[in-house]
Design a protein around this ligand. Structure first.
Ligand code: XIL
Length: 372
């Protein structure tokens, strides 16, 4: 199990830290390396704070068609991740075909602007092409999964710095800590699919950082606590078996009408650090469907949600990367599932639909390093 943080192109600037009492006490009590950081209670992060690299999810079609969008990404991101182009549903039209056109467009953009690239995702129930339903044995399932990962990861070896190897392995509402979300790979491989995927990714690119990515682990409530416990169970099992895993990805799709579970999330994060794993914020946005319609009020609340979450995480360990799931309200997934009763457009991201920065962007600038 390779561990540590700060190495690779996900690395962050190591500068002097300004420990807070809370951080020192909790760090000492938890017996984990205390990632002391300056208090970020609203103040701009001082130069002495280890700050993440900022990035965003990118749509290939918009990148090609929308110059303002491409310019905003190039100006602000040190890291980008294809929103869909590296998912099975986009890559694999059939059992014998790989379609890399869109992923290559995004990789070329990253190369042109000297931006790092993340990969999302090698195993996810949410993007399985219909032909995978015809898989009819354990051997065929393992062969299909490993071949996919070998082909895709080796194609971008040295360019993709980290992969969401397994995404959303935990069911919506886990009944037990070992519950896994059922789909093709669990049907034929059970829980083994997770270790199989991580091992195949590590074999295809030994330098890529390998991430277990999950949502709905941020809030107060029994369901969220159960999801944190199930995610930790998977991570601990992988680490104890020496499976190559480097980090936990917190998606960070923040429900504005939910309270961040400071104690629950920080306890979880301290356990993650005890396992020697790094932490990334991989899909940050704020689901504003329940917030007031007035733009100034809503944008301020969205920024406050993001600050509260990032503060909570950074007090235990500064994330090695912070990515928003899109950069502009012009292109967001949120209305697919969280439309507003007043039918106003959602405003979940740091730039508005005209690529103008909102208070959310100022929060990101406090916690992360933008493109220079
Ligand atoms: C979403 C995309 O943003 C949408 O465009 C697509 O239609 C469905 O998937 N968690 C994830 C992402 O890990 O892959 C999902 O992305 C959003 C939820």
């Amino acid at each position: 199990m390779q561990t540590g943080n700060g190495e690779g192109r996900h690395g962050f600037e190591m500068t002097q830290f300004l420990p807070t009492r809370r951080t020192l006490v909790t760090g000492a009590l938890a017996g984990v390396a205390t990632a002391a950081i300056a208090s970020l209670n609203g103040a701009n992060a001082q130069s002495g704070v280890r700050r993440a690299r900022y990035g965003a999810a990118v749509r290939a079609d918009a990148l090609a068609a929308d110059a303002a969008y491409a310019a905003a990404l190039a100006a602000r991101c040190r890291l980008i991740v294809p929103e869909g182009s590296l998912k099975w549903s986009d890559l694999r039209p059939s059992a014998t075909e790989f379609r890399f056109t869109d992923a290559d467009i995004i990789a070329a953009f990253a190369d042109r602007h000297r931006i790092d690239l993340r990969g999302h995702t090698l195993a996810w129930y949410g993007a399985m092409p219909a032909w995978t339903e015809a898989i009819a044995s354990r051997a065929e399932a393992e062969r299909t999964l490993v071949h996919h990962i070998e082909t895709v990861v080796s194609r971008y070896a040295g360019r993709i710095v980290s992969w969401d190897v397994v995404n959303e392995a935990v069911p919506e509402k886990p009944a037990t800590v070992s519950d896994l979300r059922p789909f093709a790979w669990t049907r034929w491989l059970g829980a083994d699919y997770i270790a199989i995927a991580f091992r195949a990714a590590a074999a295809a690119d030994p330098n890529a950082r390998l991430v277990l990515n999950e949502y709905d682990v941020e809030f107060v409530g029994a369901r969220f606590a159960a999801r944190r416990a199930a995610l930790l169970h998977i991570a601990r099992n992988l680490v104890e078996r020496g499976v190559p895993i480097h980090a936990i990805g917190l998606q960070g799709h923040l429900l504005a009408d939910r309270e961040i579970d400071r104690d629950g999330l920080q306890t979880f994060l301290r356990e993650v650090r005890v396992l020697g794993l790094d932490v990334l914020v991989t899909e940050l946005d704020v689901i504003d469907a329940s917030l007031p319609g007035a733009i100034e009020v809503r944008d301020a609340r969205v920024a406050e949600c993001a600050r509260s979450f990032l503060n909570t995480v950074a007090e235990v360990t500064p994330p090695s990367a912070i990515l928003t799931w899109g950069i502009s309200d012009r292109y967001t997934w949120v209305p697919m599932y969280f439309t507003r009763s007043d039918a106003l457009p959602n405003r979940p991201l740091p730039l508005d639909a005209q690529m103008r920065p909102k208070p959310f962007m100022a929060v990101l600038e406090q916690f992360s390093r933008m493109a220079s």
